[in-house]
Design a protein around this ligand. Sequence first.
Ligand code: COA
Length: 354
Amino acid sequence: MYKTKIAGIGHYVPEQVVTNEDLSRHMETSDEWIQERTGIKERRYAKKFEETTSILGAKAAKIAIERAGITPDDVDFIIFATLSPDYYFPGSGVLMQRQLGMSKNEIGALDIRNQCSGFVYGLSIADQFIKTGMYKNILLVGAEMHSFGLDFSTRGRGVTVIFGDGAGAVILQPTEEENQGIMSTHLHADGREAEHLAFINPGAHGGVHNPEHDYGYPTKEENEYGGLFLTDKMWEEGDYYPNMNGKHVFKYAVTKFPAVIMEALQQNGHTPQDLKMLIPHQANLRISQFVQKRMKLRDDQVFNNIQKYGNTTAASIPIALSEAWEAGKIQRGDLVCLAAFGSGFTWGSALLQW
Ligand code: COA
């Protein structure tokens, strides 16, 4: 059986830099508060009415394809991870396929919705296809355009200051080389925590998961069938932004990250000291620092770039991996661990040799 290697990697972040100072002109927040709690100094926002999640994804994909030494026509499957798709449906994978001029080949395009864990989930899916020999060049993309759907009033500050736009992409290929490729992936979820980090409205939930909450659904007399996806009440109250119980997310993340990293290391007979590089999902610098300390990792073993980009959700790991590789911090054969945690809650890890 083959193993799966990363044959090409690339990332794209939009040009527009938005500092904490910039945000403080729209909401009551400060550079000091944001940096102290999250480590974030600035983030990027995509060009409104010009760029979308699938377009950011296509820009990263082009770089990964070129670096893998292939052409878009060689790609035989697409996996697209995002929580901010261009459309509710169809997924952004088909839009990126069209953007890259690959639609004529009619290759499959799978969208996955595992939020901050999307890239690790996608890598695990791709790994199964490659190992069995079904595909030879899988394009896996994590991309987000959060800036379109955030609340820039003071009410939204707990969430809005954290997130940024960007995209990362890899080309995955089979390898029979020793000391190269994905060794194992580990995926987890706990749906009991779903609403602690969620984009609930508009949606097709009909209030079923939270009967105590008044979503403002019309009576049968007012509207026999429709009016459920986005009610007047949701609209009037601006109840159509992401929700996050930050403290609860933090508490869970700092236990699940070390656990899922250790799971990957132990399965392969390694210890944290063996790691050349840990690439944690860039949720919050404080979370990464906590994990580093807990696992007794040196500074040079953990890569962080949340200071520049904020939390780019499904894009954060491939952007960080791409930057670490570009900076020469990861070389052929190095032991690398990717670890993610996010909405769902979902979390996961992948251990690989570069
Ligand atoms: N600027 C200034 N004040 C803010 C603020 C902002 N951007 N956001 C929230 N506050 C205020 C709150 O309103 C609250 O004020 P109050 O005490 O008067 O009510 C106070 O700061 C503390 O808020 P709280 O939410 O308790 O802060 P916190 O210490 O938990 O930090 C997070 C908030 C979001 C930074 C932190 O909980 C966190 O990072 N959680 C994990 C989030 C995460 O990683 N999400 C992505 C997962 S993939």
